[in-house]
Design a protein around this ligand. Structure first.
Ligand SMILES: Nc1ncnc2c1ncn2[C@@H]1O[C@H](COP(=O)(O)OP(=O)(O)OP(=O)(O)O)[C@@H](O)[C@H]1O
Ligand SMILES: [Mg+2]
Length: 390
């Protein structure tokens, strides 16, 4: 039985992903309930029902589920056991089993290996005694990543040589981790797909991503890659979603090597920052698609309406007040999305700009002009010697 308009969608987590789900939910006549430690956060501001509580607190999560017709997540760091407990009160999509397979980086790497999916060369670490063998296997330069809780490059340390390892191990909190080869990739792309309970899969256009300091900076679509690579990337996404039995949107981040090889970097069993362009540039946004999938409704058309570039707006631009938004809005092709976060800080995702154009080059040019203007509008607040930034 599909969960139709008028029903309540419960989300564990109240950040920007939940906020954009809430916007789409309300547009289609659904009610939205949000569980978040700060119920006045990005999604809580738009919710019909707000429940205050940490994502790992079973009581409030069960209260959310009792008030909801279906429960979903806006972060894969919600404990799988909690999702399991919640599923007694409402269907939970994605399931606890999906989170169990991906929320720990080591489990995710094992899952990929078991399914013979191409991935970055790596070694799993549980204790310091595992380090020598890991180095032997992975080589340098490498990245040491904590198994749990990382995002936007947090919990990751670059390791150039063996003597840096003990310090890196301390830096990530001496916790279980993955050591990975640092891949000199040609491109980063993501596969964005939705899967229904019946196993139907629809892909959004492949996104091409550029990161700065390990945080996503821009996404461009269509990705400038050969169609043969698109087919291979989609096949990897299909195999992952199917093997997991996932229901909802999913993003698979991939590296394209200089030899045209594809390596899985990371699986996110949810809507994803690299899919924000779909909200404005595609016939169905990833947020609407996610709701359709978890509500048991037919999936929507994923057609790209126009080439697009998404530019993330980080808290660095607030110094301390917001930048002058005319830098964005003077371009009729640019659309401003802000998440309603009260406290900006460096590296925090505060919003994004979506630029639509006739070609991806043109969209990129406009996005870069906007980036430069936002960073440089107020000369007096700029870093560097006076007069250097004309
Ligand atoms: N093995 C690697 N080789 C080269 N670059 C890497 C590697 N691992 C990560 N990176 C770079 O750092 C970025 C962030 O890494 P990753 O996706 O693992 O981090 P994260 O903290 O889980 O981020 P998020 O969940 O926000 O995507 C990647 O998109 C890539 O640009
Ligand atoms: Mg990532």
């Amino acid at each position: 039985m599909p969960i139709g308009p008028g029903s309540t969608i419960g989300v564990i987590g109240g950040g920007q992903l939940a906020r954009m789900m809430a916007i789409e939910a309300r547009r289609a006549g659904y009610r939205i309930a949000i569980l978040d430690p700060d119920p006045t956060g990005p999604a809580g501001q738009l919710a019909d029902l707000r429940i205050e509580g940490a994502w790992d607190d079973v009581g409030p999560a069960q209260e959310l589920a009792r008030a909801s017709d279906v429960v979903t997540i806006d972060t894969e760091h919600v404990p799988a056991d909690l999702l399991e407990a919640v599923s007694a009160h409402a269907p939970v999509r994605p399931s606890a089993a999906v989170l169990r397979a991906v929320q720990d980086r080591r489990a995710q790497r094992r899952f990929l290996a078991e399914n013979r999916l191409p991935q970055v060369r790596h070694a799993l670490l549980s204790r310091p005694a595992d380090l020598p063998a890991a180095v032997e296997r992975v080589g340098f330069p490498a990245l040491l990543k904590t198994s749990r809780g990382g995002y936007d490059g947090r919990g990751q340390v670059r390791v150039a040589a063996a003597e840096d390892l003990p310090k890196a191990w301390k830096e990530i909190g001496e916790a279980p981790a993955v050591l990975e080869t640092f891949v000199p990739f040609a491109k980063e792309i993501s596969v964005l797909l939705a899967r229904t309970e019946a196993g139907e899969i629809r892909f959004h256009p492949i996104a091409e991503n550029v990161h700065r300091h390990q945080i996503l900076r821009t996404t461009s679509v269509p990705a400038e890659i050969p169609s043969e690579l698109v087919a291979r990337a989609e096949e990897i996404g299909r195999r992952i979603a199917t093997a997991l039995g996932h229901v909802g949107m999913m993003a698979v981040e991939l590296f394209v090597t200089n030899d045209g090889e594809l390596l899985v970097n990371e699986i996110a069993p949810r809507v994803h920052n690299s899919g924000h362009f779909t909200f404005g540039a595609c016939a169905t946004s990833q947020f609407e698609q996610h709701l359709r999938a978890i509500c048991g409704l037919p999936l929507g058309e994923t057609l790209l309406l126009r080439p697009a570039v998404m530019l993330n707006l980080l808290g660095d631009l607030w110094r301390p007040g917001p930048p002058d938004w005319t830098a964005v809005l003077r371009h009729p092709s640019a659309h401003l999305h802000l998440y309603g976060k009260k406290r900006p800080f460096p590296g925090r995702k505060m919003g994004h700009v979506l630029v639509l154009a006739d070609t991806v080059e043109e969209a990129r040019r406009t996005a870069e002009t906007i980036a430069i203007d936002l960073e440089g509008l107020d000369e007096s607040r700029r870093e560097g010697p006076p007069g250097s930034g004309t």
